[in-house]
Design a protein around this ligand. Structure first.
Ligand SMILES: Cc1ncc(COP(=O)(O)O)c(C=O)c1O
Length: 370
């Protein structure tokens, strides 16, 4: 690597990582001094379950020794993360949240002549990073049913002579899925010089047999990078741990762009979470699904439309501009998600605790007169 390569790498890393995390976007959308102190925050798709018991204990145990970097154990930690999905160390990149992973992938796999191809609307981070690097972005509206339009995405990549296709499944902000047959079609029809970046941040919240992880394609050696996070089902957004799985040749290209080792406290928590994943994940999925379907039933009773949700948030069709409703919700101590153009008539609401959803329903009913 030349000195200039290295400087360029630092420049895009700084440009991308700092500005575009979900937390930064949510915070930026909501810098208000007048929010009530007991505001219910349903704006960043966090999981109020928080870290599981084993993760909490692991963090407490290591806390007194957090004066060390503990870099000696990170090789084993990365291997553990990879093994949790049946892969070897050479397939994994671990970062400070999947935000870092997505930023790295966009930095490495797009260029001034190789665009990012992303749905509209979808999670804004990849597009934000590409734009901050001056790399082109092709925006492809979601298809009917709010699935990604895989045929058009592939066609756009072909037209550009190659690209990085970003597909978020389930999709943020719509909470909808792209079915397994569409995914299979896309992987077998990737144009040359094209890679698929598959963001599975919310995968574990769906109960649909139509949704499938893309890890089988990584196993088959396809040009696919799967991004995962400990922020959502594991309830560890503040601990900042995410990872990607891809074939070794892609992993090797991404690896040099990692900022640093993550906190040992976070690493120990993630490792402990993986040990209890087999029970924790299905339990949390079932609990979330129950609260989510309660909200959906409540909306149906009031003839309020919504998109059938597959993640820990619901996109509610207000029938009017969300910006005309948000200020009153904020004033009453409920903070739903920011507007997501072009779906400006919709409100994204994270599934919180039962008590938080009661407050949401009461406030929504008052403000919307439903
Ligand atoms: C689709 C999607 N991907 C990735 C992320 C990044 O999450 P984190 O950096 O906490 O892993 C988010 C955050 O909300 C998201 O919605």
């Amino acid at each position: 690597m030349t000195r200039r390569d290295f400087a360029n790498r630092l420049a895009w890393a700084a440009a991308g990582v700092i500005v575009w995390s979900e937390a930064a976007l949510a915070q930026r959308a909501l810098v208000r001094a007048d929010m009530p102190g007991d505001t219910v925050w349903l704006n960043a798709n966090e999981n109020p379950e928080g870290p599981g018991q084993a993760a909490l204990e692991a963090m407490q145990e290591v806390m007194p020794r957090s004066w060390r970097y503990h870099y000696q154990e990170f090789g084993e930690f990365y291997a553990t993360v990879a093994r949790s999905e049946g892969f070897g160390r050479e397939h994994v990149v671990v970062g400070a949240g999947s935000s870092e992973i997505l930023s790295i992938a966009v930095g490495v796999f797009t260029s001034p002549s190789r665009p990012l191809i992303a749905a509209v609307p979808t999670f804004e981070l990849p597009e934000g990073v590409a734009r901050s690097l001056g790399h082109p972005v092709v925006r492809v509206p979601l298809a009917d049913g709010y699935a990604s339009d895989v045929k058009r995405m592939a066609a756009e990549a072909e037209k550009a002579g190659g690209g990085l296709i970003y597909l978020c499944n389930p999709n943020n902000p719509t909470s909808t899925i792209t079915g397994k047959s569409d995914l299979a079609w896309l992987v077998s029809n990737l144009p040359s010089n094209t890679l698929l970046l598959l963001d599975e941040a919310y995968l574990h919240f769906s109960e649909s047999p139509e949704l499938e992880t893309g890890l089988r394609y990584v196993r088959e050696g396809k040009d696919v990078v799967v991004a995962r996070t400990f922020s959502k089902i594991y309830g560890m957004a503040g601990l900042r741990i995410g990872f990607s799985l891809s074939k070794p040749e892609l992993t090797r290209q991404m690896e040099p762009f990692r900022n640093s080792v993550i906190s040992i406290v976070s690493a120990r928590a993630a490792k402990a979470a993986l040990v209890e994943a087999a029970t924790l994940v299905p339990q949390r999925r079932a609990k979330l699904a129950k609260i989510r379907s309660g909200l959906c039933a409540w909306l149906r009773e009031r003839n309020v439309k919504y998109l059938e949700p597959h993640a820990n948030f619901v996109m509610i069709d207000l029938g009017r501009e969300v910006t005309s409703v948000l200020p009153e919700m904020y004033r009453r101590g409920v903070a739903p998600g920011r507007p997501f153009p072009p779906l400006t008539n919709m409100m994204r609401v994270t599934i919180g605790t039962e008590a938080e959803m009661e407050k949401f329903k009461k406030t929504f009913a008052e403000v919307m007169s439903v």
